[in-house]
Each structure stands twice: as C-alpha cells, then as structure tokens.
Ligand binder design. Structure first.
Ligand code: R5P
Length: 261
C-alpha cells in the first residue's frame, strides 16, 4: 500500500493526476476522441493517469511507465436516466493484472443511488485492502454542478474517508474549502470540472486549493481541452511541485506557449 501510494503522491507530498476517463459516461469527449494522441505530449508532466481498462488496453503503450489509476465504476451514460446509478464495472483481479497503482470509483452523496454507491466504495475498499491497492473515491455530482459548495463537499469527502478511501478527489470551492480539507483525514486532490474561459482562473483555484491543504489535482478538461495543453500542464506542475504563484505560472504558460498572442 505504501509503495503504491508513493508512486502516486510524490516525495514533496504533492500530486498531479491526469484523468482521461471521461468517455466512460460521456462518450468521445471533445479533444479526447483519440485519448492516446491526447496524452502523448502530456505524459512527461503527469504523476499518474486515470482511465478505464478499455482505454488503457487500446490506447496506451504498455511500456508506458506512468502509474495507472484505474477507474472501476461505471454503467451509466449522459443520455441515461440517472448518472448516479453506477456499479463496479472492473474487477480487482483485472486491476492487478493491469498493474494499476490505484483504483477509483465515484460516490454520489445525496443522490437517489447514494446508498448503492457508498456500499460500492466500502466493498471495493474491503477487496483492495487485501492486495494493498489504494482506492481513490471520486465525490461526483453528476449534472448538479451547483452542489460544489463547502458543506456538501465536506460531507462527501468525509464519508469517502470514513468508508476507507485512501485518497479523495473532490471539487474546489471558493468559500470554505479549508473546511473541506480539515474534515477529511486523507489527502484530497481537486478536479477541474468543465473547461473555463481563462487559464488564470485555473491557476488561481489550484494555487488557492493547495494553500488550503489539497495535495494537488486530478484535472482533465482544463488541460487537454485547452488550445495549449502542454503549456497548461507545465504551468500547473510549477504551482503543484514548485510552489509557483498564479502569476509565475502564467508567465511560464506564456513562455511554454511560445507567443504572447
Ligand atoms: C469525470 O469525468 C471524471 O471523474 C474526471 O476524472 C474528473 O471529473 C476530473 O476531470 P475534470 O478536471 O475534467 O473535471
């Protein structure tokens, strides 16, 4: 367990996870139509990649040496009845065979299927602990993006940790994010959500979230849907691993992009 966690969380205690699992319920998401191509230039800057077994098998070179966080929950789609109705879609045996460093699963606190997704997490933890595999719980909100506020996120993160998650992925919120972190005894990484208009907004929230105790990000669309994804990930890496300020990260972004536009 310790060894696997050390593959994901770097020696400085921080982490930059690159998720490309979106297709498991969104289909061919914009700029993730060919995931292998999307991640090729980004891989050197990521500490781990998060994805499903199907994309791992068909789009990622098996000689890739980046740690894998295997998304094992699923069974819903954006056009289906209820995004919260997820089950466990990949076995722990398969995770071991694919040499995953961790597995991830969504919980939907406050949804119709809250109970089922929480028990999915508990059962997955039971099984994974036998093999020393960390479980990263994803506090998912489905289409209800307005749920991303401190009271709700603190509740969901704490429940995930109580049920045995070793890492929790949640959203950042401007007000009270420190309360989310304080109430969660395991490391928190932040997702980005739908792409926002300005890169500075991303640098600012990642920086602020880290000041308030998050260990890093599990951030996808705001990197690979950007016109300059490599510049984005380089700048984010500087915030996470080199304590760069948002301004310094932006300078780096401009430099990496190669023009002031
Ligand atoms: C949802 O599709 C997945 O759990 C993503 O891994 C997560 O939302 C992070 O990606 P993004 O930063 O694009 O929201």
């Amino acid at each position: 367990m310790k060894n696997r966690l050390a593959q994901l969380i770097q020696r400085d205690g921080r982490a930059l996870f690159l998720p490309i699992d979106h297709g498991y319920f969104q289909g061919p998401t914009r700029r993730l139509e060919r995931p292998g191509e999307t991640i090729k230039p980004l891989l050197p800057y990521a500490d781990a990649i998060m994805l499903t077994r199907g994309i791992l098998r068909s789009c990622v070179d098996p000689e890739n040496t980046k740690p894998i966080i295997l998304r094992v929950s699923g069974g819903t789609s954006v056009v289906g009845e209820d995004l919260s109705h997820e089950g466990i879609a990949t076995s722990v045996k398969e995770a071991i065979r694919l040499n995953a460093s961790a597995v991830s699963l969504s919980i939907f606190v406050g949804s119709k299927y809250e109970h089922d997704t929480l028990l999915n997490l508990a059962r997955l933890v039971d099984e994974c602990e036998d093999y020393g595999i960390p479980v990263m719980a994803v506090t998912a909100v489905g289409k209800e993006l307005e749920k991303r506020e401190a009271r709700y996120l603190a509740l969901a993160c704490r429940i995930a940790a109580e049920l045995g998650a070793r890492v929790v992925k949640t959203y950042y919120c401007k007000e009270g994010f420190e309360k989310v972190v304080e109430g969660c005894p395991v490391p928190i990484v932040m997702a980005g959500g739908p792409k926002v208009d300005s890169e500075m907004e991303v640098f600012e929230f990642v920086h602020d979230g880290i000041q308030k105790g998050a260990i890093g990000v599990n951030l996808g669309r705001n990197i690979w849907q950007h016109d300059h994804p490599v510049a984005m990930i380089k700048a984010l890496r500087a915030i996470i691993h080199e304590n760069a300020t948002p301004k310094e990260a932006h300078e780096l972004f401009i430099e990496a992009r190669g023009s002031r536009k």
